[in-house]
Write a protein that binds this ligand. Structure first.
Ligand code: NAD
Length: 425
């Protein structure tokens, strides 16, 4: 194993997680940021990060960081940190292909004494059962004798300028007690919030996957309450505000659950549970409720329109926001597309407007052509789907200005005071 002053790091996968990490390490250690996407490597070499997580001056400050898309540059390294995506497939099963491919890469370049640390979110066991055997096979090295493994889950929150990599306490772990100490001290050197050394890799893997599962299930409960209170004609937010005065009532709010973490990670856990012969009920029930919220919003918009004598067929509806969360260009697994699809199933003409999102990406990922600026006075209904600061700045009057005089305004995120929208979750 290297000592800290011999450490030469490779970060494999330069996305939302990998780039900030490479930049943080690149201030202290010789670091190579590696990605198979040559375009991504090119933009980073030019000092630009399209995910907007790292500013150009921060990239420059990482004086020991270089970028590569070929394996040669990785051969100098002795610590390999894997930060590739862990998505689900169309059947909501874990898709481990990027992780397996990155493990093959590590296996091809790792030498004796090397350490492979995984940061991607997985189910307990994935690192040692799936990734380590690939490295052994590719390298011919023996695990925990010639090379070692660690797992340190990432907790960053894209778009959040307050909770940054360095200011979020980091869980660490290693395949032996010595490696766990090494991994812990490596992260402690860049994380000012400190570290928590878990007792094993599987504990650290499990900790990460339940952080997001807990959020998912809690939001599902609040979404279910919102469905119930809607039927009763009670304002969910007023109920939550009242209940929230109790010291141990948790402050969750109803809404769409998108993105590649909260709506995806629970499936990693349920997949593994099923493999172990346990059929999860609460977790999957939560997933079903949360996945139904986009359709529910659209149905309520259609009903409001019908109640006003507005036809949905050939109506013009504006959906404001496509990103999976506010003030962020990230489109992955956004559930706003469920609102759009359901409204289109009523033959409505739906325009989507999102000043944060790359129009080309929206077309490529979802076949949606974004409008550049919505026409004033044009729409029969407006769905305020994402709380981008630009929409907050418009206020109710600015948003309603896109609609015809009797247009319906549905406020998914409860961005506006209740009396200024026609309905909300
Ligand atoms: N984004 C978040 O908020 C967040 C937070 C915590 C944990 N995570 C987890 O971190 C992991 C990475 O997520 P992300 O959001 O950074 O993903 P991302 O899609 O933003 O980036 C992944 C990068 O990995 C690259 N890549 C894919 N396969 C590769 C390979 N075989 N070799 C080298 N590079 C490869 C891609 O080109 C891409 O640039 C996932 O497991 C995710 O669940 C993400």
């Amino acid at each position: 194993m290297p000592t800290l002053d011999q450490t030469r790091i490779a970060v494999i996968g330069l996305g939302y997680v990998g780039l900030p990490l490479a930049v943080a390490f690149g201030r202290k250690f010789p670091t190579v940021g590696f990605d198979i996407n040559t375009q991504r490597v090119g933009e980073l070499r030019n000092g630009h990060d399209h995910t907007l997580e790292v500013a150009s001056d921060e990239l420059q400050q990482a004086s020991q960081l270089s970028f590569a898309d070929d394996l040669e540059a990785l051969k100098q390294c002795n610590v390999f940190i894997v930060t590739v995506p862990t998505p689900i497939d169309d059947y909501k099963r874990p898709d481990l292909r990027p992780l397996e491919s990155a493990s093959r890469t590590v296996g091809q370049v790792i030498s004796r004494g090397g350490v492979a640390i995984y940061e991607s979110t997985v189910y307990p066991g994935a690192t040692e059962e799936t990734c380590v055997p690939i490295i052994e096979r590719e390298s011919g090295l023996v695990f925990n004798q010639d090379f070692y493994a660690g797992y340190s889950p990432e907790r960053i929150n894209p778009g959040d300028k307050q909770h940054r990599l360095e200011t979020i306490l980091k869980v660490t772990s290693g395949s032996t007690a010595e490696v766990a100490d090494f991994v812990d001290s490596l992260y402690a050197s860049i994380i000012s919030a400190g570290t928590h050394k878990a007792s094993s890799i599987r504990v650290a893997e499990a900790a990460k996957v339940i952080e997001n599962t807990q959020r998912d299930v809690n939001i599902a409960l609040i979404n279910e309450l919102a469905l119930i209170f809607h039927r009763m004609g009670i304002d969910t937010h007023e109920v939550l505000e009242a209940a929230g005065t109790k010291w141990n009532f948790l402050p969750f709010r109803p809404g769409l659950v998108g993105g590649h973490c909260i709506g995806v990670d629970p499936y990693y856990l349920t997949h593994k549970a099923q493999q172990m012969g346990y059929h999860p009920e609460v977790i999957l029930a939560g997933r079903r409720i949360n996945d139904g919220m986009g359709g529910h919003v659209a149905q309520r918009v259609a009903k409001l329109m019908a109640q006003r004598g507005l036809q949905t067929t050939r109506s013009k509806i504006l959906v404001m926001g496509l990103a999976f969360k506010e003030n962020c260009p990230d489109l992955r697994n956004t559930r706003v597309v469920d609102i759009v699809a359901e409204l289109r199933s009523y033959n409505a003409q739906v325009d989507v407007y999102d000043p944060w999102v790359n129009a080309e990406e929206a077309r490529h990922e979802y076949g949606l052509d974004l409008v550049q600026s919505p026409q004033p006075g044009h729409y029969d209904a407006i769905v305020l789907a994402v709380a981008h600061h630009q929409f907050v700045a418009l206020g109710a009057d600015g948003i309603r200005a896109f609609g015809k005089p009797d247009a319906v305004l549905f406020d998914v995120k409860r961005l506006l005071p209740r009396n200024l929208s026609d309905d909300c979750l």
